[in-house]
Design a protein around this ligand. Structure first.
Ligand code: GUE
Length: 289
């Protein structure tokens, strides 16, 4: 039996149509939500991702504010771009596309973002609020995983949930989100120091693969019927010289898992949809403030 596909592409389209209605309601109150992006350098992957985000904005009626800087930009120049979006009233939320070119201090740049405009949910203050379980914009990838599981009625309450990867944008906040009382999963985070990766992942009812290591989650690690979400996305250059993307989940997993959020078509589109949701929510908060 092949896994039921958790279709992030379709679900994200549904979410965008729901957001379109909320953007229309904001428009009737004279507010057009705006998403800003700061893109530094010429990494082709980053350019493609940012272009996708602006396409999504156009579909939903969110205004796009794009700031592009050359790979040679200094720390001060990047921080000046952040300061400009912080004070731009048309921008309700923005992101600094990661990774930044070498030599730039990512943490300092992210700390410079106005926490109320942090569409990525990655500002230290908002990550702190996630620990404290206070209301704040949530990191888009964990929120996308949660939303996808909810919409397919995959229960998290009491589930053994194993995250592979401890990165700041996905793995680490994932554990915090799913261990909340409202999600109620028992969370384990695996990483390069994990002694028994196979045995640990095999206990999981829900596996979230977010290591950024192609194929690290293999079929022998999956308890039959488990839900598997592929969050990994690594650009690899094939023998033909063309770049393509690979997930963290090996293809054979599909035959063992009960549910699979594939890459592509799974968490990537959901991540983008949650970015839009964070911007719409920031604009709604600005109206009611
Ligand atoms: N500040 C910041 N915020 C991010 O959210 C962020 C980032 N930096 N840096 C890079 C990673 C990666 N990321 C992806 C989002 C969507 C897809 C996506 O939509 N992927 C499609 C395939 C590609 C496509 O069709 O365009 C899919 O999985 O179906 C991929 C990757 C966000 N990131």
């Amino acid at each position: 039996m092949s896994a039921k596909i958790l279709d992030g592409k379709n679900t994200a389209a549904t979410i965008r149509s729901e957001l379109t209605a909320r953007v229309k309601a904001l428009g009737e109150r004279g507010v057009v939500p705006g998403l800003g992006t700061v893109l530094v350098g010429d990494d082709p992957g980053s350019h493609a991702y940012v272009a996708g985000k602006h396409r999504d904005c156009a579909e939903v009626g969110i205004e796009s504010i794009q700031v592009e800087l050359p790979a040679t930009a200094t720390q001060a120049e990047v921080e000046a771009a952040v300061a400009q979006l912080n004070k731009d009233p048309a921008c309700h939320g923005f992101i600094v596309q990661l990774p930044l070119p070498k030599g730039l201090d990512e943490e300092r740049v992210l700390s410079a973002v106005d926490p109320s405009k942090d569409a990525d949910g990655l500002h230290p203050q908002n990550l702190g609020k996630l620990v404290l379980m206070q209301p704040a914009p949530l990191p888009c990838t964990p929120r996308g995983c949660l939303e996808l599981l909810r919409r397919y009625d995959v229960a998290t309450d009491g589930a053994e949930l194993v995250v592979v990867g401890r990165g700041v944008t996905a793995g680490r906040p994932m554990g915090l989100l799913f261990s909340r009382r409202s999600e109620n999963a028992t969370v384990t985070i695996c990483h390069t120091g994990t002694r028994d990766l196979v045995g640990t992942v095999r206990r999981a009812d829900i596996v979230i693969a977010a290591a950024g290591v192609p194929g690290v989650v293999t079929a022998d690690m999956i308890k039959p019927g488990a839900a598997v979400l592929d969050v990994g996305i690594t650009r690899v250059v094939g023998p033909d010289g063309k770049g393509r993307y690979t997930g963290d989940v090996a293809p054979e997993v599909r035959e063992v898992a009960g549910y699979l959020a594939p890459m592509p078509g799974g968490i990537g589109p959901m991540t983008r949809a949650m970015l839009l949701a964070n911007v719409v929510e920031a604009a709604e908060a600005a109206v009611t403030a």
